[in-house]
Structures are given as structure tokens and as C-alpha cells.
Design a binder for this molecule. Structure first.
Ligand code: GLA
Length: 372
């Protein structure tokens, strides 16, 4: 068994959260997405073990998580529930032949929890990168994404795609990513200097556990099977005209490719309308928006955003918007003021910048993540 010597100096790993600028509910149909890793991240610090297994604490949530290092702990039995990701990551690594050493873990995150910004994927990715590095079992970045996806499936039972994990692992500073979920290739595209990205929380927390996420996924899998295609990436708009769920996936793929083309060519005026069309499709065809998300989109547009849409799975969480970078503070101030004036107790709205890929943090950076 690998184990940390008693005197080992604690080591820290990071993994960023993400916003998805366009391309939601396409990843599990071999489609395209256009995410950006953000400058808010989860950090996992591993110190020498104080017991026989893994003992983990969160800087945000009280309680101590105890998990066997041999993968014997069933994730669903772990309390508090965030610890299920630790058990899921251990089990995923063991199943992949990666030994996990006992150790004391501290987890601290500046990705807003339960907000659609991939706080859980950031945790799962940071854990599997830490465990594989500690085991001296380096893996290709896309393999690590799959390992983290497996960890999350074991932790929650939710059959997520690879959008969040691929973004955390393939992030490039200053860039957004065009992600092809069939070939699992990533094309970094520079975020134009004149553009800024802001996030507004809708005020309603979300969790994918118990949401219709798995149901939506099953609906579009059935649509693909009915059409006789491997995935809806291979379907035409004509073929899905009368099926709103499948129509969302097919039209969203087209919008992602148009968005990427516009970004590469510097036609930034086309980006906002594509984001709004995406939100409308997620709301009307895919039925994953909420009144609070719709309102946040409207508010952002009223206060000068270029485009806005829900980001991630929907069912609550955050809205992402593109703004002229020099207007970002103004848009945020106006949206926050309006939300506060209409009874939102503690409006959450902030700017995000492209973040760093998941990796070990150098000692000079310290263990605290940016953006807290
Ligand atoms: C969640 C899942 C992703 C993706 C999005 C919707 O974030 O984890 O795999 O399906 O929802 O685009």
C-alpha cells in the first residue's frame, strides 16, 4: 500500500469550477459545448494520516468524513453528504487499479455550492488528480476526466456527461473551450479582450440528485434510438421537428458551432443572440429553466448584458452573461441593486475570468483558493 510518511509535507491540488457559455444538455448526446473554467476553484490538501483510512474535513461544512482507503466504504453511507465524493473518488481509483493512501484531507472551495458552476465536479476532479499523483500513477487528462465522472456517478447516482470534468482538466488561461463530446477533443479559443463574463445566482439552489436530469437524458436517448442514430449529434433538425427535447439538442449543437465560428472570426455581435436563443430552447423545448432563472436573464439584458442564459443543467442555480468588459461592474451593480430592491435577501452576482486547469498547487500559492 502507498502511504504518506508521518513527516510528509502537506500537498494541495486544485480544480476549477466552470460556466458553460453555450451548449447545455448536449454532452451526453455526443454533441458540442463551449465552457470556460473559472477563477474559482476547489482545493484539496492532503496531509499525513491521523488514522487508518481517509479523514476529510471541509472548510465550509461542519463534520468529519471517514472513508476506508481500500474502497470498501459505500458512498451512499457517508455523512455529511459531500463526503460521498471522497468515497466515490476512492472507489473509482481503486476500480481503475490506482491505490489510494490513507491521509487527512482538507477541502476548501470558492465555487458556489449547488449553483450549476460544477462545484461537485471540481471536488471530484481535485480528488482524483490528488490520488493519482500521490500514487505515482499519472493519467492522461481525458482519462482523469472519466475517472472523476465515475467518482461522481458513484457518489450521487446521477448519470452526468463529461462537460464539467473535461473543462476542469483541459482549461487554458485566457481561453474558452470548444469541446467535442464525441471525439473528446478540445479547441481552446481566446476570450476576446473586450468581453467579460458575469454570473448571477437565481436565488434558488439546485441539486441534480432528485432532479429530472436523468429523465431528460433517458428521453433523448430514446429519441436517438427511435431515429436509429448513435446520438442526436447525427440527427437533422428536420428529423426532430416534432420532438421538443430532441429539437433542443440538435438546435443547441448548431448554436454552439455558430458561437465558436463567431468567436474565432471576432464577430462578437452574434454571441449574445445565440445565448438568448439557447436559453429560450432550454426553457421552452428542454423545460429545465425556472422563473428565477428566466428573471435573472431578463434583468441582465435590461441592465446592458450582451447575452445571458442559464448555465449547466438548470433547475435552479446560476445564469451566465457576456458583457462589454468595461461595463461589467456597472451591469453587476445594477442587477444586484434591482434584486435587493425586489426582496432578494443576499443577491449573489460576480465577474469570472478564465481559470487554471486542475493540477497540484505550488507551495508558494498556499492552500486557499482565489475568489473567496
Ligand atoms: C451537468 C452535467 C453535465 C452536463 C450539464 C448540462 O452539469 O454534469 O455533464 O450534462 O449538466 O449541460
Amino acid at each position: 500500500m502507498v502511504s504518506l510518511p508521518e513527516t510528509a509535507v502537506p500537498r494541495t491540488w486544485r480544480a476549477p469550477g466552470r460556466v458553460n457559455l453555450i451548449g447545455d444538455h448536449t454532452d451526453y448526446q455526443d454533441g458540442w459545448c463551449l465552457p470556460m473554467a473559472v477563477d474559482r476553484e476547489c482545493r484539496v490538501t492532503v496531509a499525513a494520516p491521523s488514522g487508518p483510512g481517509i479523514r476529510a474535513r471541509s472548510a465550509q461544512i461542519p463534520g468529519v468524513v471517514e472513508v476506508a482507503a481500500d474502497g470498501a466504504t459505500a458512498p451512499s453511507t457517508v455523512e455529511p453528504p459531500w463526503g460521498r465524493f471522497v468515497a466515490g473518488a476512492v472507489a473509482a481509483c481503486i476500480a481503475a487499479g490506482i491505490p489510494v493512501a490513507p491521509g487527512d484531507l482538507t477541502v476548501t472551495s470558492t465555487v458556489p455550492l449547488g449553483s450549476g458552476m460544477s462545484s461537485s465536479a471540481a471536488l471530484a476532479v481535485a480528488l482524483v488528480v490528488a490520488f493519482t499523483d500521490l500514487a505515482g500513477a499519472p493519467r492522461d487528462r481525458t482519462d482523469l476526466a472519466r475517472l472523476a465522472q465515475d467518482a461522481e456517478l458513484r457518489a450521487t447516482g446521477v448519470p452526468g456527461g463529461l462537460l464539467d470534468q473535461m473543462t476542469a482538466l483541459h482549461a487554458v488561461p485566457g481561453h474558452v473551450l470548444l469541446l467535442d463530446c464525441r471525439t473528446l477533443t478540445v479547441e481552446p479559443i481566446p476570450l476576446p479582450r473586450a468581453l467579460g463574463v458575469v454570473v448571477v445566482h437565481s436565488g434558488r439552489a439546485r441539486t441534480l440528485v432528485g432532479s429530472p436530469y436523468a429523465e431528460r437524458r433517458a428521453q433523448v436517448e430514446a429519441a436517438a434510438a427511435h431515429l436509429g442514430v448513435t446520438a442526436l449529434r447525427d440527427a437533422t433538425e428536420d428529423q426532430v421537428r416534432d420532438d421538443p427535447r430532441a429539437r433542443h439538442v440538435v438546435t443547441e449543437n448548431a448554436r454552439v458551432l455558430a458561437f465558436a465560428d463567431a468567436l474565432r472570426a471576432g464577430r462578437t455581435g452574434e454571441l449574445g443572440p445565440l445565448m438568448l436563443a439557447s436559453h429560450a430552447s432550454l426553457r421552452d423545448d428542454y423545460a429545465v429553466s425556472t422563473p428565477e432563472l428566466d428573471r435573472a436573464v431578463d434583468l441582465l439584458m435590461e441592465h446592458g448584458a450582451l447575452g445571458a442564459r442559464l448555465t449547466g443543467a438548470g433547475f435552479g442555480g446560476c445564469v451566465v452573461a457576456l458583457v462589454q468588459r468595461n461595463h461589467g461592474d456597472d451591469v453587476l451593480a445594477k442587477v444586484t441593486r434591482t434584486l435587493a430592491a425586489t426582496g432578494e435577501a443576499d443577491p449573489v452576482a460576480f465577474a469570472v475570468r478564465p481559470g487554471l486547469p486542475a493540477a497540484e498547487v505550488t507551495p508558494s500559492e498556499g492552500a486557499a483558493p482565489p475568489g473567496g
